[in-house]
Design a protein around this ligand. Structure first.
Ligand SMILES: Cc1cc2nc3c(=O)[nH]c(=O)nc-3n(C[C@H](O)[C@H](O)[C@H](O)COP(=O)(O)O)c2cc1C
Length: 165
């Protein structure tokens, strides 16, 4: 078993693809959040949460059904990183809001949150996933900047690898 789990929610497959790429590079176990993987929240030392954004800045549906488990889990001592998929052109005011929703839940839970990313190469207006001028995790935009995803993923893996247990 890897020390790292990638737990993702994906409706049309974009977040799943990114999760698969990340899992390959990080040698992490990959888990679909629709399986309600409660035990993974205690079992793994590093947790990487991935979600797309639906509605207007909302969590992906399977994540909506599971997020209360994260809320009640003991994450102290764990390292957490978040990635989010969104469409900055159709949703410039709620870009990758799902990632912001996960951050809101984990931010005061005693885990170390790693993997913040500069916003300058993205084109959007507002995002709840931005804190102090940076995304709190990795934002990916398959609709408008899909050609940048591989490089963003590779760079993020290099960045967070140093911080993982
Ligand atoms: C109805 C609908 C609503 C969406 N709302 C948002 C949104 O508020 N913010 C955003 O960044 N992306 C939004 N998106 C874009 C999706 O998050 C994006 O297509 C993502 O890549 C889907 O990933 P998935 O296939 O893993 O679910 C929306 C897409 C649809 C079809």
């Amino acid at each position: 078993m890897s020390k790292t789990a990638i737990i993702y929610g994906s409706t049309t497959g974009n977040t799943e693809n990114a999760a698969n790429q990340l899992a390959g590079l990080l040698e992490a176990d990959i888990i679909d959040v629709s399986t309600k993987p409660e035990e993974a929240l205690t079992k793994y030392e590093n947790l990487i949460f991935g979600t797309s954004t639906w509605g207007a800045g909302d969590l992906q549906d399977d994540w909506e059904d599971f997020i209360s488990n994260v809320e009640s889990a003991d994450l102290s001592g764990k390292v957490v990183a978040i990635f989010g998929l969104g469409d900055s052109s159709s949703n410039p005011d709620t870009f990758v809001g799902g990632m912001g929703s996960i951050y809101e839940v984990v931010k005061d839970k005693g885990c170390k949150i790693v993997g913040s990313v500069e916003t300058e190469s993205y084109d959007f207006d507002e995002s709840t996933a931005v804190l102090d001028g940076k995304f709190i995790g990795l934002a990916l935009d398959e609709e408008n900047q899909g050609d940048l995803s591989d490089e963003r993923i590779t760079r993020w893996v290099e960045q967070i690898s140093k911080d993982l247990h």
